[in-house]
Design a protein around this ligand. Structure first.
Ligand code: 13P
Length: 338
């Protein structure tokens, strides 16, 4: 483990006014997204969609890193260059999702445990040879009647810590993602309570396994009301409680925090991120690592037809630009549709 390399990569991943593009949807997830728009699901469509996104003009002005899926890291651009090589050439750091998904958690109804530790050191060596400089592992915590259980939070935190340690051994920066889902009718205070304890258990687990905090990026959820809650909180409330949980739990030597969007609309995800940055007085860089909130509108425009590439690229380019403003607290909703 070379902590200097890890720290350098982590700092580049959260460089000022830049964030991370998550395009690491598993086959199942991309199928769901393509199906909902009537896009034919096959390997070439998955490749050309990602090719279109990554060829967006000036993308590297706003995007520091791109999270790829196992299939994508082995695929090539239309011109025949491997995606990691292409990304390096345009100044975007290639990363890779390495978990194998959130599966039912034994003896714990409605809860999930993320799998993928088996053979992870060998897979990590392979990904490193393919050009990955950082990785991602997502744990899922669900709020519901009598859940989350402490068992679920502890087991997921332990898996995240094992993954992070395996990454750091080969100088790959782990993005550590404990996602408390927005699904449900709970209010923002419940989300705060669960996010706070999830982050607390996580950092204890990372510490126990000697994970070096200056060589990780945290990818948390924002603290919001459940998506079916009657009272939806303001950006100010969201920002305040999100920062409070981070301040309670995240060591100051963590270089950066890159939020997931988790089903928020693209505008809310930008607005909340900007508000969080406006009130943040902590040393961490705070930015985005969005999937849906960066891509969905562009995917709708693309719809499986490369004739729509330039229109779709305008949309994702603008979204990436607006989120880069949000990463410095300079976005506001009036900037939409200009
Ligand atoms: P969303 O921004 O769509 O939540 O995706 C980010 C991600 O990488 C989830 O693991």
């Amino acid at each position: 483990m070379d902590i200097k390399i890890l720290n350098q990569t982590a700092i580049q991943m959260v460089a000022s006014s830049k964030g991370i593009l998550a395009l690491d949807e598993s086959h199942g997830t991309i199928q769901k997204r393509f199906d909902s728009l009537g896009i034919e699901v096959n390997e070439e469509n998955r490749r050309s969609y990602r090719d279109m996104l990554l060829k967006t003009n000036s993308l590297s002005n706003y995007i520091s890193g791109a999270i790829l899926f196992d299939e994508t890291i082995r695929q090539k651009t239309t011109e025949g260059k491997s995606f990691p090589k292409y990304l390096n050439e345009i100044g975007i750091i290639p990363g890779i999702k390495v978990d194998t998904g959130a599966k039912p958690f034994s003896c714990h109804k409605n809860e999930k445990i993320t799998e993928g530790l088996d053979n992870l050191p060998q897979r990590m060596d392979e990904y490193s040879n393919l050009g990955a400089k950082f990785a991602k592992w997502r744990a899922v915590i669900t709020i519901g009647e009598d859940i989350p259980s402490s068992a679920c939070m502890v087991a997921n935190a332990h898996a995240l810590a094992r993954y992070a340690s395996i990454c750091q051994a080969v100088d790959i920066v782990p993005i550590v993602e404990p996602e408390v889902l927005m699904d449900g009718s709970h209010d923002i205070n419940k989300c705060f309570e669960v996010t706070n304890i999830t982050q607390s258990i996580l950092f204890e687990a990372l510490d126990k396994l000697n994970v070096n905090f200056s060589g990780i990026i945290l990818k948390p959820n924002m603290v919001t009301s459940g998506s079916n809650c009657k009272t939806q909180s303001s950006a100010e409330e969201i920002s305040e409680l999100t920062i409070k949980s981070l301040e309670n739990n995240v060591p100051k030597d963590v270089p950066g925090i890159a939020f997931l969007s988790g089903g928020q609309s693209d505008k809310s995800a930008s607005n909340n991120l900007s508000c969080i940055n406006k009130i943040n007085t902590n040393p961490w860089k705070i930015t985005f690592s969005y999937g849906r909130a960066l891509q969905l509108e562009a995917m709708k425009k693309w719809r499986g037809d490369n004739k729509n590439n330039s229109e779709a690229q305008k949309i994702i380019g603008n979204r990436a630009y607006l989120n880069s403003l949000a990463a410095s607290g300079k976005y506001n909703l009036e900037m939409e549709n200009k």
